[in-house]
Design a protein around this ligand. Structure first.
Ligand SMILES: [Cu+2]
Length: 237
């Protein structure tokens, strides 16, 4: 009997990002053959999730480039608000490979260009999205690098809350220097007793100490709400 390995080995694919004005194109290459990849698995209702974050953390986009079979590129129109450094995270799953989360850096030249790491103060205050309020509870209250943190988002009102791209929530968590970036989905959705809210739980392990910005997206009545919190992560000494 011949044994066939069913688990593909983990390899990082190459993402070639090109930008011309507001037009972005992304070509994915197989690291083994160097060939453009044409076959992608659908994850959360899309074949490609692209996150673009400005260095000052003020601009956040979660968009979905469309595949162009003629060029094997994913394309999207996206307007960046100003010159500077942007981090670009490509989330995709090549057929026959493993899920990929590939980070890149984009420099947008222009007047006022400068490089400066953001240093936001802690901000765990309740937030108001387009049509939903979001309160954040942490367990432990002081997250520690390398240890699990449970993040509970309490949403209200609850009527009309619905999945967005196949999940009850999406999270992008990034260190303030945009070196570590994670895309996570909820582990539990519960109805906490008493306050009539919906609680959406994400579990995260922050890899390093320091300030982190966490963007979360929830959909209510067809409207995507994006809110952000700034969370200091400590270290065990
Ligand atoms: Cu997501």
């Amino acid at each position: 009997m011949k044994l066939v390995a069913g688990i593909p080995e983990t390899r990082e694919y190459v993402v070639e990002l090109k930008r011309s004005g507001t037009s972005f194109s992304l070509l994915v290459r197989d690291p083994a053959s160097d060939r453009p990849v044409r076959d992608f698995e659908v994850m959360h209702e899309r074949t490609f999730h692209l996150f673009v974050i400005s260095q000052d953390l003020e601009f956040f986009a979660h968009v979905h480039p469309e595949f162009d079979p003629a060029s094997a590129e994913f394309r999207i129109e996206l307007e960046l608000p100003k010159p500077g450094m942007y981090r670009v995270l490509s989330d995709f799953y090549p057929h026959g490979g493993t899920p990929q989360l590939i980070a890149g850096t984009l420099l947008v030249p222009g007047k006022g260009f400068r490089l400066a790491t953001a240093v936001p103060p802690t901000d765990q205050q309740p937030k108001r999205g387009e049509n939903v309020g979001v309160e954040l509870l942490l367990e432990p209250q002081q997250p520690l690098a390398g240890f699990k943190t449970m993040m509970f988002f309490r949403l209200s009102p609850v009527d009309g809350l619905e999945p967005y791209l196949g999940a009850m929530g999406h999270m992008m968590a990034a260190s303030a220097d945009l070196i570590d970036m994670m895309h996570l989905h909820p582990v539990y959705v519960t109805d906490p007793p008493g306050d009539g809210s919906k609680q959406i739980q994400f579990n995260i392990i922050f890899p390093r100490e320091g300030m982190h910005r966490v963007w979360v997206q929830f959909q209510r009545a067809g409207v995507v709400n994006t809110v952000a919190f700034d969370i200091p992560v400590g270290a065990l000494r």
